[in-house]
Every structure is written in C-alpha cells, then in structure tokens.
Design a protein around this ligand. Structure first.
Ligand SMILES: Cc1cc2nc3c(=O)[nH]c(=O)nc-3n(C[C@H](O)[C@H](O)[C@H](O)COP(=O)(O)O)c2cc1C
Length: 198
C-alpha cells in the first residue's frame, strides 16, 4: 500500500460509476464501462457500474421531502439503500440541450442524506465535451453537500466517433486521450475517501 492509498480500506470502499442516460439507444453504458475499467487499474477502491435505467424510478412521487427520510415507496427505500452503500460516486452523463439528463436530476432529488458529504466526480460527453451540463450538475451536487473532487472530465464525442446508428465505433479510440485524466480522478477520489476516514 502506498502513502496515497493509506487509509482506504482495500476492497471495502465502493464507488459507483453512475450511468446517467436512460435512453434505449444510449451510448452511456459503453463510456461508463471504459471509464470504470481505467479507474480500477491499480486502485484501492472498488468501482462498480450503477445503471439509473435499472432503478426504474418514476418521476419523484414521495409525499415528503427527502431530507425527512420518511419514504413511502419501495422504489425509494431500495434506491436509498443502494446510494447508502457507496462511499463515493462518479456520474457519467451526456449533455442534453446544454443541461444534464432529467432522469439523473430525478434520481438525485429522491434522496438527500444518502448523498450528503460523499465525494463526487463528474464525466460529461458531447460534441464539445458537455461542459455546460457538467457545470449545472456540479452546482446541484454542491446543493446536496456532496464533495466534488477538483477535476471533472469533458469527453469530446463527435459524429466521427459514431456509426449510422449513432453508436460508438470504438470507445477505446474515442476515449484514449482521456486515460491520464481518468487516472487522476481515481487519485482524487482515493484522497477524498481517505479524508473521510481520518
Ligand atoms: C435530448 C438530447 C439533447 C442533446 N443535446 C446535446 C447538447 O446539448 N450537446 C451535445 O453535444 N449533444 C447533444 N445531444 C447529442 C448527444 O450527445 C448524443 O445523442 C449522445 O449519444 C447522448 O448520449 P446517450 O446516447 O448516452 O443518451 C443531445 C441528444 C439528446 C437525445
């Protein structure tokens, strides 16, 4: 164990790599899986994919605000347990119309204490990297009192990266330029989670 990993409980600290697009033809799972694999390389953290589409959350239907933590619905209780389980989060999402996906905002709004205080990182993608979506999400994460790491990823995915069905031709080729930045995000999450345990 190196100095930078001291304090992280090897294999017990799990970080969710959240798949933030729920469209049926989305490219997000492939991008998130590539990022997860690069994050995992030599990391003391355990990175796991967390697919928002599989949560099947309806539009927010809890009668009471999340801060009260009095949930009525089973889907909320299940989502609460899932988010509680993770020590940190990397949100992977496309920019939609200069913002970020409504499904992600909905999933965030379902809970409050479960997010609060936890380290968070953001990876957006779009023809110019999705920086406007990243900025909006980072502001919301601040409102939830999450601790965003210093850097975020803006991944440029253009028409040249996708085929006639708008699917990625080769995710490794498209994302290769970002390898070192992704490794840097792992280091920042390691440090942030280590700080939690001091
Ligand atoms: C509702 C919607 C809005 C979009 N808005 C943007 C945008 O603001 N900037 C951008 O670069 N691409 C935009 N796109 C193109 C997406 O980057 C592209 O469709 C990408 O595949 C979306 O990710 P996903 O397939 O994982 O959902 C938009 C796509 C959709 C469906």
């Amino acid at each position: 164990m190196t100095d930078s990993t001291a304090g992280v409980k090897s294999s017990t600290d799990k970080v969710a790599v959240v798949i933030g697009s729920t469209r049926p033809t989305r490219i997000c799972p492939e991008i998130a899986a590539w990022i997860r694999d690069v994050l995992q390389e030599g990391s003391p953290l355990q990175y796991e994919l967390l697919d928002l589409a599989e949560q099947k959350l309806p539009l927010l239907d809890e009668p009471l605000k999340a801060a009260l933590r009095q949930y009525q619905h089973d889907h909320t209780k299940r989502w609460s347990r899932t988010v509680d389980f993770y020590s940190g989060f990397l949100f992977v999402l496309p920019q939609y119309n200069w913002g970020y996906p409504a499904a992600l905002k909905n999933a965030l709004d379902y809970l409050y204490h479960e997010w609060s205080g936890k380290p968070a990182a953001v990876a957006t993608y779009g023809t110019r990297g999705g920086g406007k979506g990243a900025a909006q999400l980072l502001q919301v994460l601040q409102g939830l009192h999450m601790r965003a790491v210093d850097d975020h990823l803006e991944l440029v995915v253009t028409d040249a990266d996708v085929d006639e069905n708008w699917q990625l031709i080769d995710v490794g080729v498209t994302l290769r330029p970002y390898r070192e930045q992704v490794r840097g995000i792992d280091q920042q999450l390691v440090e942030a989670i280590k700080d939690d345990q001091l």
